[in-house]
Design a protein around this ligand. Structure first.
Ligand code: NDP
Length: 309
């Protein structure tokens, strides 16, 4: 029987494992589909405290992994495919057919940024394509970038990038923005941001990184104009999907799928089950915020185990 099972290996999962390991809970962590989590698709991390010169994202995650191992975490590489949280001990099945039973479960399965589905997004990932302006915007100081999306995130990312870049295009597929009025106004009032309504991206081009986007402006099928827009960076802001599907049967979630936790804690409405990191965070989605919630989840797990001996 596992006393503390952790699903996910981003900053939340590894931090939970470090704290749980140091507390003597012998945690077991399943790394999941993307070992190291979302950070591993960016390049350098400059806003994680403790690294004044920045740190390579993969190195940061490998450091966290080694730290979890140092405190006795067992790390497995399978992917969770089914869960039963109806009663303790909780059960989780994995893609190799195995099943683990646990007294506490920390769900740190993250969220996945949505992409348009273009081959070029994969081709230029990390060399011009990003789904996180806060993570990568700094690399585009005084450059020209585009943000795709018309919601609050897109407007926020465009405004953030406008503080760094010399020009920001906001590529919006509809003739209007979906964002809140206040966010829309921020965008319209910013002279560095130009909104391209009724515009879709067909592809990206560039030799060693993104140098531009192939766009199409549509006003009804016959009135279609294709053109190339020179840009240095292409940011996706068309939403995220929390990786919570396995648990929605058992746990309360927001309409958008993010797991609902109690107040400032990572506690779900099932005792002994905690949610940490982006799977429960529709707002901040930052490595440091995820790490903090992983810490809290491990401390809550320790408290729960002590009270339910
Ligand atoms: P949303 O779902 O609100 O918006 C997604 C945007 O992306 C829409 O404009 C949508 O277009 C567009 N989009 C989706 N798919 C495609 C596609 N394939 N091609 C082109 N465009 C596409 O997501 P957000 O991440 O913006 O926001 C999620 C939630 O978080 C919202 O409730 C939002 O209000 C909230 N939030 C609040 C913030 C704040 O208050 N400060 C900051 C950030 C988010 P279309 O409109 O045509 O569907």
């Amino acid at each position: 029987m596992i006393s503390c099972l952790i699903l996910g290996s981003g900053p939340a999962g590894y931090t939970a494992a470090i704290y749980a390991g140091r507390a003597g809970l012998n945690p077991v962590i399943y790394e999941g589909i993307q070992p190291g989590g979302q950070l591993t698709i960016t390049t350098e991390v400059e806003n994680f405290p403790g690294f004044p010169e920045g740190i390579d994202a993969n190195e940061l995650m490998e450091n966290m992994r080694q730290q979890a191992l140092r405190f006795g975490a067992r790390i497995e590489s399978h992917i969770a495919v089914k869960a039963d949280l109806s009663a303790s001990p909780y059960k989780v099945w994995f893609d190799d057919g195995s099943c683990e039973e646990c007294l506490t479960l920390i769900i740190a399965t993250g969220a996945t940024a949505k992409y348009l589905g273009l081959d070029d997004e994969k081709k230029y990932q990390g060399i011009g394509v990003s789904a996180c302006a806060t993570c990568d915007g700094f690399f585009y100081r005084k450059k020209t970038v585009a943000v795709v999306g018309g919601g609050d995130t897109a407007c926020e990312e465009a405004s953030y990038l406008a503080g760094l870049a010399q020009k920001v295009y906001l590529i919006v597929r509809k003739p209007f923005l979906r964002a809140s009025k206040a966010m829309q106004q921020r965008v319209f009032d910013n002279p560095k941001i130009e909104v391209l309504f009724e515009t879709n991206t067909l592809g990206l081009y560039g030799e060693e990184g993104v140098e531009g986007a192939h766009l199409v402006h549509r006003k009804g099928e016959p009135d279609e104009r294709r053109y190339d827009l020179p840009i240095d960076g292409f940011f996706l802001a068309i939403g995220h999907k929390p990786n919570s599907d396995l648990f929605t049967q058992w746990l309360k979630t927001y309409e958008t799928g993010y797991i609902l936790t109690k107040g400032q804690t990572p506690c779900t409405d099932v005792p002994g089950v905690f949610a940490a990191g982006d799977v429960a965070d529709p707002l901040y989605r930052q490595a440091i915020a995820a790490a903090a919630s992983g810490c809290k989840a491990a401390m809550e797990a320790e408290k729960y185990l002590a009270a339910n001996k």
